[in-house]
Design a protein around this ligand. Sequence first.
Ligand SMILES: [Zn+2]
Length: 236
Amino acid sequence: MVSEEDLQNMSPEEIAELQRKQCIFCKIIKGEIPSKKVFEDDKIIAILDINPAAKGHTLIMTKEHYPILPVIPLDVAAHMFRTTKYLVKSLKEAMVTNSATVFIANGAIAGQQSPHFLYHLIPREPDDGLDKFMIPANEFKEEEVKQHLSALKGKLGLMMREYKAKKGKEGEVKQAKPISQQDLAKFIDANPQVREAIINHPEEFKKQLEANPELKHMFVGINIDKLSMALKQIKK
Ligand SMILES: [Zn+2]
């Protein structure tokens, strides 16, 4: 056991190492404690919660020990959310439900109970007896709301700009190899809704590209207007 006095004499690194050693989730990840694994890859693991709130209640966590969200490296955090997206998508096949509550508590005050940052994925069914997690409205005066906004916009906005400037490189979407025209043609063939969007709503489609880096990457260097006309011709 580590005494209060030992803790006082420890460096932050040593305390982090100790937390890691005592972390029950790290022990589960290492296989020292048995668990029911739903999914696993090199960065992420998803296991059934031992105290499930609903059928299929799953915990999604990084294999590396990170105590809170802000310290998770960007690529790992992105991968974690991407995995969550696919798990939610797969629920439709596995449990015939499209609905899921994804619950994230960051920090003790927010209700984070585990020392290892994680998401809860709770598949939802009609009348499952669980809360809809409706967030109750608190009463604030207009003046107070203005103060909150200026604090967030000022400090948070400034911090985000500084952070992005510092971490610029890390924040960029990693560029994969550009895909070939052939593969792009196959992709369009396989996705009729994309084809229709390009043909009928090229302007809307360009906006979609801006909002979706993966899609944008596929269409890099492609003139959407020309593509739209070409596809229209083929359609005829
Ligand atoms: Zn851990």
